[in-house]
Write a protein that binds this ligand. Structure first.
Ligand SMILES: NC(=O)c1ccc[n+]([C@@H]2O[C@H](COP(=O)([O-])OP(=O)(O)OC[C@H]3O[C@@H](n4cnc5c(N)ncnc54)[C@H](O)[C@@H]3O)[C@@H](O)[C@H]2O)c1
Ligand SMILES: [Zn+2]
Length: 364
């Protein structure tokens, strides 16, 4: 088991760790009752393992709640219904939430915990690669609204994060690739050697044939990188913005596709686009975009803008992104592989509309 300390809590990474959650959870977040919140795909696969592992340490203390799987359920309605069910079951302040699932459950159950009786502890048990390397760590929780994704939420740091890479064997390939896009992002923004490691594993991860050792090493590397940004800048005032690399264009791609394009695929396209912008602005040396593109391609991730996406419409969509302030769209750009451009400590820079149009046009 590998451990990373972050803002006073511990992220444990290992293979087979779900069988040890009893000891880990009761130590990190001892409680009278535990609300295990999961979804309809992950629940049938892993909830019994958790119930069994908890029973020796906290007999009869776990109540299980299941939500239909899918982003469509990351809503205030789901939040309200989970909260009401917990209240009806008489759960008090001395309850800990166990969030077992991908990023949807992490965000939703995390938000339930953040608000239940003004806040109770949550232990994150991320089961998708994306949630292991991204959503499960950092303390952002929340739900979607008709006006947009993640618009209602709270910062609520978990009491612990327990990552069992063995569960990745049941994760569909498309979901593995989605998580891998964020792994590539971590390498680009922080660590060239880690990007080499990701590059070597790209085809195996995408094909679902990566060994537990490889997955362990990759997840651990990403957790360390994300943790270092989060610890520096818990509420995203500065350096943490680097984690948005590729995401301004990604959000426009997702939105332009009516959310038919998966987040990881959109991030892959976004990273190539934004790296090209960095090169064109003289912020990054030539070759950075090509290197990113090569790794993504070997992981079967897309690197071109779908033909039906009009660059002018994409540009308009970037202006409505949360990160646009006063109508000026700011990008977080790499200065090199492993290093983001600080831009005098602002960690973001406005990119001229004409350049955005040109780069996107060339990527169709
Ligand atoms: N809080 C943050 O900082 C943060 C960061 C990034 C993303 N997110 C959020 O995360 C969400 C996306 O996360 P996601 O990609 O994990 O989506 P998800 O939770 O919907 O999981 C994807 C699918 O995989 C299934 N699944 C998960 N683990 C599995 C496993 N081990 N075996 C088989 N199936 C499994 C899920 O049931 C689901 O059907 C989005 O809502 C996004 O906004 C949050
Ligand atoms: Zn992302």
């Amino acid at each position: 088991v590998s451990e990373v300390e972050l803002l006073g809590y511990r992220v444990s990474v290992g293979s087979g760790l779900l069988h040890q959650v009893g000891a880990l959870v009761t130590k990190a977040a001892p409680a009278h009752r535990y609300a295990l919140i999961t979804d309809s795909v992950v629940g049938p696969l892993y909830a019994d393992t958790i119930m069994g592992a908890m029973s020796a340490h906290a007999p009869g203390a776990v109540i299980r709640y299941q939500v239909t799987a899918g982003e469509e359920r990351k809503t205030r309605d789901s939040w309200a219904s989970l909260t009401d069910r917990m209240l009806a079951d008489g759960l008090g302040r001395d309850t800990t939430v166990l969030a077992l699932g991908g990023g949807v459950i992490g965000d939703l159950a995390g938000f339930v915990a953040a608000t239940y009786m003004r806040g109770i502890p949550v232990v994150q048990l991320p089961t998708s690669l994306l949630s292991m390397v991204d959503a499960g760590i950092g303390g952002k929780t929340g739900v979607d609204t008709p006006a947009g994704k993640n618009l209602v939420g709270a910062f609520h740091q978990p009491a612990a994060v327990i990552v069992d890479v063995a569960v990745l064997h049941t994760l569909p390939g498309g979901q593995l690739r989605a998580g891998f896009a964020e792994i590539v992002k971590h390498g680009v923004i922080a660590d060239a050697a880690y990007l080499d490691q990701a590059s070597a594993a790209a085809a195996y991860v995408a094909g679902g044939t990566a060994s537990d050792e490889t997955l362990h090493a990759l997840v651990l590397g990403s957790v360390r990188i994300k943790a270092s940004f989060v610890a520096d800048d818990e509420r995203e005032a500065g350096r943490r913005k680097a984690l948005n690399f590729g995401h301004t264009i990604a959000h426009a791609v997702e939105s332009a596709s009516g959310y038919a394009t998966r987040h990881g695929d959109a991030v892959a396209i976004g990273m190539v686009a934004e790296a090209r912008m960095a090169e064109r602005m003289g912020i990054a040396p030539a070759g950075v975009a090509e290197r990113i593109e090569d790794i993504l391609q070997r992981a079967s991730l897309p690197v071109a803008l779908p033909r039906d996406m009009d660059p002018a419409r994409m540009l308009a969509l970037t202006a409505t992104d949360k990160k646009a302030r006063h109508g000026v769209v700011e990008y977080t750009l790499p200065a090199a592989i492993g290093q983001m451009a600080s831009c005098d400590g602002r960690w973001s820079v406005p990119v001229p509309d004409a350049l955005v149009l040109e780069v996107l046009g060339a990527m169709r």
